[in-house]
Design a protein around this ligand. Sequence first.
Ligand code: GLU
Length: 438
Amino acid sequence: MSKVRVRFAPSPTGFFHIGSARTALFNWLYARHTGGTFVLRIEDTDLARNTPESLECLMHGMKWLGLNWDEGPEVGGPYGPYFQSQRGDIYKEYLDKVLASGHAYEKEGAIWLKVSPEPQVINDAIRGRIERREDKDFVIARSNGLPVFHFVNVVDDIAMEITHVIRGEDHISNTSKHIEIFRAFDIEPPVYAHIPLILKSTGPGKMSKRDQGSLVEEYERRHFLPEALRNYLCLLGWSPKDDREILPIEEIIELFDLSGINKANARFDEKKLDHINAEYIRKLSIDDLASLARPLLIEAGLLTEKDGDDYLKEVLTISQEKMRSIENLPEFLGYFFKDDYSINEAAMEKILKQGKPQRRLQEILHALGDQEDFSESALEAMVKDLCAQNNVSPKDYIMPTRLAVSGQDVGPAFYSLLRVLGKEKVLARVARFIALCE
Ligand code: GLU
């Protein structure tokens, strides 16, 4: 088989939709899996609808997701992409050719393609054989001389020697026309692979631009990890055929094939994406996590530019396991960096329901005051002693103390929390909380 060449051919008329990103990704994966070439072709012939913002958004989103393309007009330099708006001469040449061969004719100033009497057969790598019948001649260039989408799309696939067209299922209805254009040039069409739709997370229907969570830029703005979104997008219509959901991209590349793409529509599942994102956060090195967290904490006024990273890294080390997102870090970790954190009301109620916490808090406050060694093991031994003396269980100390020093009933391991906050803060916070309970 000749070397695989695939393309992603977006029209820059809107934002970068999750569905487009998935199409780009599947093309990229297939190119990487086969050692082929991944081309980015901007289908910008609809001048009235193109916007520079859209193009910028698309290219930025591709880079953010790590979907690098392999070639473009400036070979040797920073690559491409190809722009259809710069390829008018090529389309003109192909129009002349198809007119000369008699497969097209002029009528009322427009150029029409003569359709053949045979049906068009799409041997779709995902959907199998699809037979269609295109029985009316159709316009390939308007009377203003501009070729239409179907024509430039196919001419570019010919000129760029595309071997596999991997695109959304919504293009199946165009494919019969495309096959007719290939036929007019006496060229074998590429392998088609029409990817099933992405349904919205609830209810019927395709996920549209208006649905929440449907744009790539939204995830970047919300500080999702691009590797996590990319991993999730791989699962929208493809699976590794075992129960795994989180796989390194190298392994996905290894396993990915067109035959592994599902026929059934995929449903967008925000919860699963959140879960995968959280898993990726847990796998970050503390250095990487710190460089992501730092600007957010500075923006939230919890850190300043001149603060070092030592304390931040300690905080992250003990909290990473419990993190759900980067976006919520200032909220989630706020109490490590400021004293005026609020006390979770539901948690407070729960504590009060179990009786007045002051007595246990006084006891632990006293013991903590005497405690020189704030290591986890020493603190744990201290609480154990307290429990033995007063005949209660560790949670009678841990629950109210955690609430006192953090305002939360969940968080990092208790003794790590105390160690990282340090004696001074812990004592002040417990004392203040006792007063609050009075
Ligand atoms: N510009 C078309 C689109 O964005 C490309 C279709 C194709 O991949 O052939 O839908």
